[in-house]
Design a protein around this ligand. Structure first.
Ligand code: HEM
Length: 364
């Protein structure tokens, strides 16, 4: 079978080596803090009501998970990966984005678990994250941060804030206060309904057999300017090695061991919405019979500890989009962009410590 043509690669006009992708990504992340988050949130307010700011979210994560200088304020525990995306060209009918033209695009990514404590032991219940950053020859980029849930538990920044606060463990039990969580759920029927859906789809064995979903809706724009609502998923093409129960890093260690034996692959599946489908509320699933387009295959070939120069230094801001993919009016998207920038700014200006998951220490 013919290999897809290699797209010529550069980042901001300079020849692309692995090192330059990563250095470029770090530089671009810093750029976004100044120009992107700040423009979108000049007044710093994220939601109406009691005027939630991005600083409130950073304080929230520190209050709930402790202060961990140098680490992401959420999804603190993770590993960096690299690989490439082979587009088969079928996404072009929906979007003019260069990523969908047939060919290969290099990718930097990061697997993570939700939560702000980088030393927390892995649990099956923590949301599994996959951030991906695609670099295109024209200097544009696509970044996405996805999780393995079927729907998101919240449909507003306030909901996310209140749920995170209600999940704070009580020192005497190490568990969230059941009364705080019931009060939160009583006030947030959308989260109650989303949790019921999430319960019907328990997590798989590990990262390698997880489907990672955008959950938020985006609009794909084709050459004629037609806008189509899309939610995307990366669907695993392999089974996962079983985690060794009792290992504190059981999910990451199983992923590392599996990648030591060869690359892992996911198909990029685009789910096409209809005009009646909800586009601003990620707690609401779309009907299961929606048309899907298989747009190509992601292959991940390398895995490293979070460290300077790799995906540790990328801000997987969901609003960094190439021409041909546009955000919906989902209020979570703009809040995420602002808070990720604040988290990036905080963690890059704090003292750095080595990552918890050290890939080289994992042996079979
Ligand atoms: C208002 C809602 C949300 C808030 C406040 C929030 C907050 C954050 C923060 C502060 C980070 C760390 C960013 C950094 O330092 O680079 C983060 C990472 C992440 N978030 Fe969210 N998040 C929200 C919603 C979501 C949703 C809807 C998804 C998935 C669909 C998601 C998936 C992820 C993933 C995968 C990461 C880790 C990315 C990486 O490895 O850098 N988040 N989030």
């Amino acid at each position: 079978m013919d290999k897809p043509p290699k797209k010529s690669l550069s980042w901001h006009g300079t020849p692309l080596t692995r090192r330059s992708v990563l250095a470029g990504a770090a530089a671009v992340g810093a750029f976004l803090i100044v120009d992107f988050g700040a423009v979108a949130y000049a007044n710093n307010w994220i939601a109406g009501g009691r005027r939630l700011t991005r600083a409130d979210f950073i304080d929230l994560f520190r209050a709930v998970s402790g202060n961990h200088p140098g680490f992401r304020k959420n999804h603190a525990k993770g590993v960096a990966v690299t690989g490439y995306f082979d587009s088969n060209g079928d996404g072009c009918a929906l979007s003019k984005a260069v990523v969908f033209a047939a060919g290969r695009t290099p990718v930097s990514g990061r697997f993570s678990l939700s939560g702000g404590d980088p030393d927390a032991a892995d649990t099956a219940g923590a949301a599994r994250g996959l951030g991906l950053a695609f670099a295109f020859p024209d200097g544009s980029q696509w970044r996405t941060a996805m999780i393995n849930l079927p729907v998101f538990p919240d449909n507003s920044p306030q909901g996310f804030y209140d749920r995170t606060l209600a999940s704070k463990p009580v020192p005497s039990t190490g568990q969230p206060d059941p009364a705080a969580m019931s009060a939160f759920l009583a006030a947030h029927p959308e989260t109650k309904a989303a949790m019921a859906i999430i319960k019907t789809q328990p997590p798989t064995k590990g990262f390698a057999d997880s489907t990672f979903r955008s959950l938020n809706t985006f609009f794909f724009v084709d050459d004629a300017g037609t806008r189509t609502p899309v939610r995307w998923s990366f669907v695993p093409q392999q089974d996962a090695a079983p985690p060794k129960t009792g290992e504190p890093d059981m999910l990451f260690d199983a992923l590392i061991r599996q990648m030591q034996t060869g690359p892992l692959q996911w198909k990029l599946v685009l789910t096409v919405g209809t005009p009646d489908d909800p586009v601003t509320d990620p707690t609401l699933p779309w009907p299961g019979d929606r048309r899907t387009v298989d747009a190509g295959t992601l292959t991940l070939t390398t895995i490293e500890a979070d460290q300077p120069g790799n995906a540790r230094d990328i801000n997987f801001d969901p609003l960094v989009l190439p021409e041909g993919i546009e955000p919906s009016d989902d209020p979570l998207l703009s809040a995420r962009s602002a808070v990720y920038a604040a988290s990036y700014r905080a963690r890059t200006s704090e003292p750095q410590s080595p990552a918890t998951v050290q890939v080289n220490e994992v042996t079979s």
